[in-house]
Design a protein around this ligand. Structure first.
Ligand code: SF4
Ligand SMILES: [Zn+2]
Length: 143
C-alpha cells in the first residue's frame, strides 16, 4: 500500500465513497453469486478500517473488482466526483468499466433498500442528466 493511498483514504469523502462502493458490490455479489464462497474483503481499504463493521462480503471475483475500484476512487482527480458511470474521463480499464457498469445497473436501484436512499436517488438523477448531455452531444453511451 502506498503512502498516497493511505493519505487519500484519510479523507472523509473518499472513505464514504469507498464504503458506498463496497456496499454496492456487496449487494451485487449477494444476489448474483450466492452460490460462491464469499467472505469479508481483504484489501488495502479494509486494512485501513475504511469499511468499519460493514466490510463487504464478496466472492473472489468481486473482491478483485472492488480492490481495483478502491484504488481508482483513492486516486480520482474529480472534485466533486460524479458516479464513475457518469464520468466524462473514465479512468477504468475497459473490462473493469464493463464490469462496473453492470454491477451499478443492478445495485444502483436496489441500494435504496439497503440504507442508500440518497445515493440511489442521486445515481438515478445523475444518470438522467448524463443521458441528456450524452444525447445532446450525440455520441456518448452510458457506462
Ligand atoms: S471514472 Fe471518473 S469519477 Fe470514477 S474514479 Fe475515474 S476519474 Fe474518478
Ligand atoms: Zn461476487
Amino acid at each position: 500500500m502506498t503512502e498516497k493511498f493511505t493519505a487519500r483514504m484519510a479523507d472523509e469523502q473518499v472513505r464514504r465513497d469507498t464504503r458506498t462502493l463496497g456496499d454496492f458490490v456487496g449487494i451485487y455479489c449477494a444476489a448474483n453469486h450466492a452460490e460462491r464462497e464469499r467472505a469479508p474483503i481483504e484489501s488495502d481499504a479494509a486494512s485501513l478500517g475504511v469499511y468499519g463493521r460493514t466490510t463487504p462480503v464478496v466472492c473472489a471475483e468481486c473482491a478483485e473488482h472492488l480492490r481495483y475500484a478502491e484504488k481508482r476512487r483513492a486516486y480520482c482527480p474529480k472534485d466533486p466526483k460524479p458516479f464513475c458511470a457518469h464520468c466524462d474521463t473514465h479512468c477504468y480499464k475497459p473490462e473493469e468499466r464493463v464490469w462496473q457498469r453492470q454491477m451499478m445497473r443492478y445495485s444502483g436501484p436496489r441500494s435504496v433498500f439497503h440504507g442508500h436512499a440518497i445515493d440511489g436517488i442521486k445515481h438515478a438523477l445523475e444518470g438522467r442528466s448524463y443521458r441528456k448531455r450524452a444525447g445532446a452531444s450525440g455520441s456518448r453511451k452510458e457506462s
